[in-house]
Design a protein around this ligand. Structure first.
Ligand SMILES: [Zn+2]
Length: 78
């Protein structure tokens, strides 16, 4: 889902650089060099960015299915 605002281990703010990190790595830059250039040196903070997975596109169909089912139940009740 969303990137955590702070590193779980040390509490360093990481959410503010996530978009820039993502843009650069999606453009094909080496993640290690991007993290170095952004000033993320501790490995606890680096793993927060390296292991972040955007899952919202996989989750959305379930919410849509729940919404459809609610509408079906509602129309059966009327
Ligand atoms: Zn950290």
């Amino acid at each position: 889902m969303l990137i955590p605002v702070r590193c779980f281990t040390c509490g360093n703010l990481i959410a503010d650089i996530f978009e820039e990190y993502q843009n650069k790595t999606n453009a094909g830059e080496d993640p290690a060099k991007v993290l170095d250039s952004l000033g993320i040196e501790r490995y606890c903070c680096r793993r927060m960015l390296l292991t972040a997975v955007e899952t919202i596109q996989q989750v959305i169909p379930f919410y849509e299915a729940i919404q459809r089912r609610k509408q079906e139940v509602q129309s059966e009740l009327e």
